[in-house]
Design a binder for this molecule. Structure first.
Ligand SMILES: *Cc1c(COP(=O)(O)O)cnc(C)c1O
Length: 229
């Protein structure tokens, strides 16, 4: 049928663009990260051929296998899953951005390993805005401290915040999660005027249009691209 990978990517890009327009922003203000955790290298390459340049994975081991031969140098690989501290070094070798710093011990270990290998890695702090027990992410009350620690880590380039909204039938239900992350970011900016925190990584297949309306600058999309739903 006509529902090829190429068509799904085109549809998602069109939806990202119109959500950005509704929010009075330019389409280019939203980075589309294709979360490729459920597909193999061949499909990632097909998506690259379709023009995508950002890919996301949630397990270090899987990503290491899939990207043992690196993607072309204009592609960016994002770590979006929970990261164990003992895999920090391995993650630094594979990923170009780590979106899931959720605790001080992880920030400390990443800083140590990045210093050792002489790299500076872009990072986001993941916040558990929705307060779901099973979801990873720093509690909102602990974010200030984690932000300060990360911002003072010379080899961590803190670019913003990330959150995962609960899966609901109507994405309008999770609009407050997305506005909550934006409000939190604005508060942190006021507390620490040198912080930009320009990146808000929020929105997945189910809810990315609402997330963009609430200020997402990066959306992480898996199923809508790779499974067509
Ligand atoms: C899998 C995953 C996504 C993509 O989810 P879809 O619902 O398939 O779009 C986004 N973010 C994280 C952290 C994920 O683990």
């Amino acid at each position: 049928m006509s529902d090829s990978l190429h068509d799904r990517i085109a549809r998602v890009i069109a939806d990202v663009d119109s959500a950005a327009q509704r929010a009075g922003r330019t389409p280019r203000s939203v980075t589309l990260v294709a979360v490729s955790k459920t597909v193999g290298r061949d499909v990632v390459e097909e998506a690259y051929e379709c023009g995508l340049r950002h890919f996301g994975e949630n397990r270090v081991q899987d990503a290491a296998l899939k990207f043992s031969t690196p993607l072309p140098s204009d592609a960016t690989l994002h770590m979006v899953g929970q990261l164990q501290s003992n895999k920090a070094m391995h993650a630094l070798k594979i990923f170009h951005m780590i979106e899931s710093i959720d605790r001080k011990s992880l920030a400390v270990e990443l800083e140590k390993q990045a210093a050792k290998s002489g790299t500076i890695i872009p990072v986001l702090i993941q916040v558990n805005i929705a307060g779901e027990e099973q979801k990873a992410g720093c509690e909102p009350g602990n974010v200030s401290e984690l932000v300060e620690l990360t911002a003072h880590s010379a080899h961590l380039d803190l670019q913003g915040l990330m959150t995962i909204a609960p899966l609901v039938n109507d994405p309008e239900e999770v609009r407050p999660v997305f506005s909550g992350l934006r409000v939190l970011r604005n508060r942190l900016r006021q507390q620490v005027p040198t912080l930009q925190l320009d990146t808000l990584s929020m929105g997945m297949s189910n809810d990315y249009q609402v997330a963009i309306e609430e200020g997402a600058t990066l959306v992480r999309i898996g199923r809508a691209i790779f499974e067509g739903n």
